[in-house]
Design a protein around this ligand. Structure first.
Ligand SMILES: NC(=O)C1=CN([C@@H]2O[C@H](COP(=O)(O)OP(=O)(O)OC[C@H]3O[C@@H](n4cnc5c(N)ncnc54)[C@H](O)[C@@H]3O)[C@@H](O)[C@H]2O)C=CC1
Ligand SMILES: O=C(O)C(=O)Cc1ccc(O)cc1
Length: 322
């Protein structure tokens, strides 16, 4: 393997948790020779300069992408279309335009119309993150041994896909290619629904009069603590995820509600066998005993690609039972 940078000039639009982590990782690994970051507020630009992970910090998105070989848009998915429109005139022919959004169908729909001919548009999603936001939250190791899913649009030139793959691999990720539709179904159950459940349960606990704040904290060493971490995730980002992956999330939510009803009925009827069987099966899934790809509990979605390993939602911190 050569140590030459994969990318000569990397432009990062949005330098929060993910953009800031890409910058740090690209710098630490030598994946990019020059890193240009953009931030709208003077405070954030100042902070990025202090953190020192970019060679250049620009005020506008359009300015940042000039001459860039790879542009990675790392902003809430709802802002993808307007940002694509803003940067399109300055994109260099032959450049790769990518993103990191947690939803892919809407990003393809919203950005594609603005992508100039000669620019390779390859949406991506690193399945790695935390509940924290902003440039201070990023770290270089975030993507190590995590999946990065690429969802190239039809007709994308293979060498461009391979360059983007090489970039993500250089910063530690494992890369898999799939369609945007398949991505959105898989992530609806593995990431979006778990976040929705966390947001719900923490809100419900808080609303219960008897559960004071101190008791929530005091007794949160159990599963609840993991929920509170996830429920602390960025509201703007997650609002956009649910608005933009509406169909897949609603489909998964329908199945989830049916399964929850079955467990509710088992509790009401005192059906210990049903509860035990269910819990035994989920424990086996966790321990990797069940071949998840053939387990009917895990939707297959008429898979066109190799399955993603069904890791629990990416967690950078070990939980109590790990
Ligand atoms: N947080 C996570 O764990 C993960 C997030 N993602 C995706 O990554 C993207 C970014 O998320 P984070 O880095 O966590 O968010 P963040 O909130 O840490 O950073 C987002 C940055 O984008 C900037 N921004 C917003 N609109 C902009 C615009 N129009 N032009 C320029 N900058 C703009 C914000 O000022 C902020 O600095 C989202 O699409 C999210 O779905 C993907 C994987 C994991
Ligand atoms: O913090 C966690 O547990 C996460 O699940 C992070 C995360 C959030 C959004 C993604 O699209 C991918 C990973």
């Amino acid at each position: 393997m050569t140590d030459a940078p994969i990318i000569n000039r990397l432009a990062l639009i949005g330098t929060g948790l993910i953009g800031g982590s890409i910058a740090r990782a690209a710098r630490a690994s030598g994946a990019a020779k020059t890193i240009v970051a953009t931030a709208r507020s003077p405070e954030t630009r100042k902070r990025i300069r202090e953190l020192g992970f970019a060679n250049q910090v620009t005020e506008t998105n359009a300015e940042a992408v000039r001459d860039a070989d790879l542009v990675i848009v790392s902003i809430p998915v709802g802002a993808s279309g307007p940002v694509a429109k803003e940067i399109a005139p300055n994109l260099k022919p032959g450049a790769i335009l990518s993103d990191v959004g947690s939803v892919k169908g809407s990003v393809v729909r919203d950005m594609s119309p603005f992508v100039p001919a000669g620019v390779h548009f390859i949406p991506a999603h690193p399945v790695a993150g935390t509940e924290n936001s902003g440039p201070d939250a990023g770290f270089a190791e975030l993507f190590v041994n995590r999946w990065c899913i690429l969802t190239p649009v039809q007709g994308t030139e293979e060498p461009a896909v391979e360059t983007l793959r090489a970039f993500w691999e250089k910063i530690g990720a494992n890369v898999q290619v799939m369609t945007p539709e398949h991505h959105d179904l898989v992530l609806a159950i593995t990431s979006h629904l778990p976040h929705l459940i966390a947001y719900t349960i923490v809100g419900t606990a808080n609303e219960l009069g008897e559960v004071t704040e101190s008791e929530v904290l005091k007794f949160s060493a159990g599963g609840f603590r993991d929920f509170t971490r996830i429920a602390a995730s960025d509201p703007t980002m997650w609002r956009d995820v649910f608005l933009h992956n509406k169909d897949a999330v609603l489909e998964m939510l329908g199945t989830f509600n049916e399964d929850l009803s079955k467990l509710t009925r088992a509790i009401r009827r005192g059906d210990g066998n049903a509860l035990f069987d269910h819990f035994a099966r989920t424990r086996a899934i966790r321990r990797g005993i069940v071949n998840i790809g053939q387990d009917s509990a895990v939707p297959d979605f008429g898979r066109q690609h190799a399955p993603l390993p069904m890791a629990p939602i990416a967690r950078p911190y070990a939980s109590d039972d790990d």
